[in-house]
Unconditional design. Structure first.
Length: 394
C-alpha cells in the first residue's frame, strides 16, 4: 500500500532550516524560519513563561484530560487579548488547538463543513502553509492582489479591485498583523475600507493572527481583528501563542469563532470541539496553561508585556540598521521599506537566483522569495548582509 505514495513537495521554509543546519561554514547566517532570536542567536524562554512554568511544576497535581475544546480560562484570557471588548462573549465559541497551524486547520475544516462551495481568498503572496492546507483539505481558493513587487509596499488599489470579485458566502483570509511573508501591513484606514467592502460582498472574514505584539504593539496589532469582530455577524480567527509567548514547541493556539447569536454560537462550539476530537482529541494543555497564568497574574503579565515590547522595539532597531546599511552599500533608497515594514519578516524583492547566490557564495539563508527573518539580524551580521546583498544585485 505504501508503495502507492508519491513524493510530496517539501515545505520551503522547513527545508531551508535543514539546509542551514547541514552547512558547515562557520560564517553562515540564518534569516529563514520565523523564530525569534536574541543578539546571540538564541531563542530564549520568556521570563514570565519560565516563572509560570516553575509555579505550575510546584502546583499542578494532575495530568488528566482537560475538556475537548481546552481550558475555559485559556479561552477567556486569549479572547480578551485578541478581541478586547469588540464582541459579545455569548456569540463567541473557542477551541484550543496544537499551535496556530492547528487552529487554521480546524477553522478551514469547519468552514468546509458549513459551506463546501465557499472559495477562500488568500493574499498574493501568503504563508506557504495556508495554500498547502487548503489544497490538502480540497478547498477552493483564489488569490487577491496584495503586494507590489516594485515598491515592496501594499498594492491597495489592486487588493480592493480583486476583492470586488468576492462572492456572497466566500471566505477572505487576512493576516491580522505582521503580514507573512511580506511585512507590509494594512493601515487603519485601509482596514476600514476592507471591512466595508467585505460586508457589502457578504463574505466571511477569517483572520490569521500569529504575531500579535510584534508589529505596533498588542492593541494596535489587533486593530483590524477587533474592527471586523465589531462589524460582522460571523467571523473566524486563528491565533497563535508560539511567537508572542515564545512557546513554539508547546504547540499553543486557539480558534475564536463569532456566530450571529448565542444559539448559533453553541452549535459552532460543538463543531469546533468535534473537529478536535476527530483530528487529535484533546488539545495540548501545558502551553495554554502557561499563557493563562501569565495573562491572569498582574506581575507576570506586566513582565511579559515588557519583554514583548523589548522584542518588538529590538526588531525595529534591526530594521533601521539594515535599511541604513543597505542605503550606504547600494547608494540607493531601494531598501528603505525595510524600516517601514512591521513584524518578523520583510521580503527584500530579490530574484531567486540572487537568493541562491547569497546562500551559495555568502552562506546567507533566506526563503526563496527573499523573505528574511528580521530577528536573525544582529549588529555583527547586518554589515555583512548589506555588503552581500549589494554585491548580488550589482
Ligand atoms: C514561518 O513562517 O517561518 C513560521 O510561521 C514557521 C513556520 O511554521 O513556517
Amino acid at each position: 500500500m505504501l508503495n502507492n505514495l508519491k513524493p510530496l513537495p517539501a515545505d520551503k521554509i522547513l527545508m531551508l532550516s535543514g539546509l542551514f543546519r547541514a552547512d558547515e561554514r562557520s560564517t553562515k547566517i540564518d534569516l529563514g524560519v520565523g523564530v525569534y532570536k536574541d543578539a546571540s542567536g538564541h531563542t530564549p524562554i520568556m521570563r514570565a513563561v519560565k516563572k509560570a512554568e516553575k509555579q505550575l511544576w510546584e502546583t499542578e497535581d494532575t495530568k488528566t484530560y482537560t475538556s475537548l475544546p481546552g481550558d475555559a480560562g485559556f479561552h477567556k484570557a486569549m479572547a480578551d487579548v485578541v478581541l478586547a471588548d469588540s464582541v459579545d462573549r455569548a456569540r463567541l465559541a473557542c477551541c484550543a488547538t496544537p499551535g496556530g497551524t492547528g487552529a487554521i486547520h480546524n477553522v478551514l475544516e469547519t468552514i468546509k463543513m458549513a459551506n463546501p462551495d465557499t472559495t477562500v481568498w488568500v493574499s498574493n503572496p501568503t504563508w506557504g502553509n495556508h495554500l498547502s492546507i487548503l489544497k490538502h483539505l480540497g478547498i477552493k481558493f483564489e488569490a487577491y492582489d496584495y503586494f507590489d513587487d516594485d515598491t515592496c509596499a501594499i498594492d491597495f488599489t489592486g487588493m480592493i479591485a480583486s476583492l470586488q470579485n468576492v462572492q456572497a458566502g466566500d471566505t477572505v483570509l487576512l493576516h491580522g498583523c505582521c503580514h507573512n511573508p511580506t511585512g507590509a501591513n494594512l493601515n487603519q484606514t485601509q482596514w476600514n475600507q476592507v471591512a466595508d467592502l467585505l460586508l457589502e460582498k457578504g463574505a466571511t472574514p477569517f483572520i490569521d493572527i500569529a504575531y500579535q505584539g510584534f508589529g505596533d504593539g498588542l492593541d494596535n496589532d489587533a486593530y483590524g481583528t477587533r474592527l471586523l469582530a465589531s462589524k460582522f455577524d460571523e467571523m473566524m480567527i486563528a491565533a497563535s501563542c508560539s511567537k508572542n509567548f515564545g512557546i513554539y514547541r508547546e504547540r499553543t493556539g486557539i480558534v475564536l469563532a463569532i456566530s450571529a447569536d448565542a444559539d448559533a454560537a453553541k452549535i459552532t462550539q460543538g463543531t469546533l470541539s468535534y473537529m478536535n476530537r476527530q483530528n487529535f482529541s484533546f488539545p495540548p494543555d501545558h502551553g495554554a496553561r502557561l499563557v493563562t497564568m501569565v495573562l491572569s497574574d498582574p506581575a507576570l503579565r506586566a513582565d511579559w508585556e515588557a519583554e514583548l515590547e523589548e522584542v518588538r522595539s529590538g526588531m525595529l532597531v534591526l530594521r533601521q540598521l539594515l535599511a541604513d546599511a543597505l542605503r550606504s552599500e547600494t547608494g540607493s533608497d531601494r531598501f528603505g521599506f525595510i524600516a517601514e515594514h512591521r513584524g518578523m519578516f520583510s521580503r527584500l524583492g530579490l530574484t531567486k537566483d540572487q537568493v541562491l547566490e547569497l546562500r551559495d557564495t555568502h552562506a546567507i539563508y533566506m526563503v526563496d522569495d527573499s523573505r528574511i527573518n528580521i530577528a536573525g539580524l544582529n549588529r555583527k551580521n547586518v554589515p555583512i548582509i548589506a555588503k552581500a546583498v549589494a554585491s548580488v544585485i550589482s
